[in-house]
Design a protein around this ligand. Sequence first.
Ligand SMILES: C[S@@+](CC[C@H](N)C(=O)[O-])C[C@H]1O[C@@H](n2cnc3c(N)ncnc32)[C@H](O)[C@@H]1O
Length: 256
Amino acid sequence: MSGDVEFDRIAPVYDETRPPPSEEEVRALAEILTGCRTILDAGVGTGRFAIPLRAHDFDVLGVDLSLGMMRRARAKGITRLVRADLTRLPFPGKVVDAAFMAHVLQLVPDPRPVLRELGRVARHRVVIVLPEWSERQTTEEGRELMRRYRELAAELGYSLPERGTRYRHTLNDLSAIAPPKEVRVVPGPSSLGLTPEERRGRWGTRMYGRGGLPPEVHATILLRLQAEHPTDLAVGTRSHTERFVAWDPIDLHDAI
Ligand SMILES: C[S@@+](CC[C@H](N)C(=O)[O-])C[C@H]1O[C@@H](n2cnc3c(N)ncnc32)[C@H](O)[C@@H]1O
């Protein structure tokens, strides 16, 4: 699967591309997971959610394809980590109280095999964080900005790898597969306190993980983009709303 290569590349700068979950998110998640103790964090990444979950006394087992991302999680103290594909989890059924997955669904072409696996391994709950932005198409301005970033990198002698495909699975799509028990809409972390330069910097890093570019080259490209597109194109491309979608595992198991 190519996703692990892309995230291995992004891993060193991933935490610069998005802030930790908001307090509201962590509180909502802890409430939804009430009564659960062992949590499988599917696509744990650098531990962005695993860290606050652990702080709430959940016992977290992280699964991911990318060793680079998991190394970051390990450095932060998440030690129970397994490298595996979410469509083929190497665990027996009902091995954890809950399976949780944040910001992963947009990377998989078909949600069903992943949902089925999460429903198989969880005893009480399956929870997915489905950001509102994941349903949106990239705007024309966004595409132009990406194209120009690549072009400027090429001018400076760097050929950027293609970004992997993103898939737009909507809440309606998921509900059609299996109606969730609960959907909570929660404010995510806000980037409103950032300057336009910082927002654009975060955008560039998110799109390309710097693609192996030296930081000063990345900074030069961002300055050029800033001069060419003085309006803050990175603003308004993302909402700050997250949806926590929860199922009883049996419903996923029976439906898929
Ligand atoms: C955008 S990151 C999200 C990480 C973390 N959940 C967060 O919210 O910050 C997506 C993660 O999913 C992992 N991933 C994508 N497809 C996967 C798959 N089929 N099996 C296991 N991990 C996968 C990637 O390696 C990456 O670490």
